[in-house]
Design a protein around this ligand. Structure first.
Ligand code: PLP
Length: 387
């Protein structure tokens, strides 16, 4: 039945292949600028969570992303929240829901570039994808005009995927003023916003600053969905703690809409995973529900993002000190864990073979892989490679 023609060999995920190559590399100077993957040793508890997950977790998760207990969406009970297999599972659940129930233009517009997995998640549930310009190669910043005109040109009621903050892979975010214009275009064209929030608190260190775009869409009364990951901001990568939120617009029957949507999400969730995993959500729930632990977590986020920001500064200034050709302000202008260095694929290959420095082939580096001991080494290698 399952010949190579029917089930061809699928390529290895490039990121996990890179992690494997890094682990096998014996060079003492090797530097991992790919993703950090944490490993925990959970003490398992063997009971089932409800289909929609642990309520103490999902309710606080909704508040966290939508703007607190006072968020009109939360207060007016316009939100259906489902615990998911981290951010990936949340994007998938949203994609599946739209594939089945969305009656607008089913095409999903993704930023060019975007997190590579977006392409396959939407494609795998049968939703066609298209892209909108996002990254300007010239400025290594946002191609705002290109983005706006593509969204204006897209058929009415298209689905638009937006990174809530710390855009992956570019590290380039719209300003709040630009978000307002994006919202205006989305409103004008009746598009359906699909937020992916994988880095709240990790970008600026400020939870409220990092959800400003989502809060603005709440304020403006949009109907939208959010996929929320706790992998990065809680260091719960392997525990798969995430949440999917459906937010409906203010309307007399909003609560009824949420109930109906939740009932269908339950069926989708049941058929896919039955019950979400407990351990990571429990950890997040404990922290989100305890004011003392919550403020400690906020401090931790400041420390983590502060370290990343200081590494950006260090890398840029080392590169500039060496008189490296080109402009390097994009390293400090970009935000979050990732930076698009602008290195070409050939340069990426060369820095790996000559210097044992690993980054994804599009030239994206994870700032979390830099530290005071290796930043000089990396700057010198970049300097040598671009000459
Ligand atoms: N969305 C974006 C934009 C991401 O960068 C990531 C992780 O790299 C995710 C979603 C999902 O990650 P996870 O499934 O580990 O929560």
């Amino acid at each position: 039945n399952f010949t190579a023609e029917v089930v061809p060999q699928a390529p290895e995920d490039p990121l996990f292949g890179l992690v494997r190559a890094f682990r096998a590399d014996q060079d003492p100077n090797k530097v991992d600028l790919a993703d950090d993957i944490l490993h925990n040793d959970p003490e398992l508890n063997h009971e089932y969570a409800p289909i929609s997950g642990i309520a103490s977790f999902t309710s606080k998760a909704a508040e966290l992303i939508l703007g607190g207990a006072d968020s009109p969406a939360v207060k007016e009970k316009r939100v259906a929240s489902f615990q998911t297999i981290s951010g990936t599972g949340a994007v998938h659940l949203g994609a599946l829901f739209l594939a089945k129930f969305y009656k607008g233009n089913k095409k999903v517009y993704l930023s060019d570039p975007t997190w590579a997995n977006h392409h396959q998640i939407f494609t795998n549930v049968g939703l066609p994808i298209a892209s909108y310009p996002y990254f300007s190669k010239e400025t290594r910043g946002l191609d705002f005009e290109g983005m706006k005109s593509a969204l204006l040109g897209a058929p009415e009621r298209s689905v638009v995927l937006l990174h809530a903050c710390a855009h992956n892979p570019t590290g380039v975010d719209p300003t709040l003023e630009q978000w307002k214009e994006i919202a205006e275009v989305i409103r004008l064209k009746n598009h359906f916003p699909f937020f992916d929030s994988a880095y709240q608190g990790f970008a600026s260190g400020d939870l409220l600053r990092d959800n400003a775009a989502v809060r603005y869409f709440v304020e403006q009364g949009f109907e939208f969905v959010v996929a929320q990951s706790f992998a990065k901001n809680f260091g719960l990568y392997g525990e798969r703690a995430g949440c999917f939120h459906f937010v409906t617009a203010p309307a007399p029957d909003a609560e009824a809409t949420v109930t109906r949507v939740a009932s269908q999400l339950s069926i989708l969730q049941r058929s896919e995973i039955s019950n979400p995993p407990l351990y990571g959500a429990r950890i997040a729930s404990i922290v989100l529900n305890d004011p003392k632990l919550f403020s400690e977590w906020e401090e931790n986020l400041k420390t983590m993002s502060g370290r990343i920001i200081s590494m950006r500064k260090a890398l840029r200034s080392k590169i500039e000190e060496l008189g490296t050709p080109g402009t390097w302000n994009h390293i400090t202008d970009q935000i979050g864990m990732f930076s698009f260095t602008g290195l070409s694929e050939t340069q990426v290959q060369k820095i790996r073979s000559d210097y044992h420095i690993y980054m994804t082939k599009n030239g994206r580096i994870s700032m979390a892989g830099l530290n005071t001991r290796n930043v000089d080494y990396v700057a010198k290698a970049i300097n040598a490679i671009v000459r």
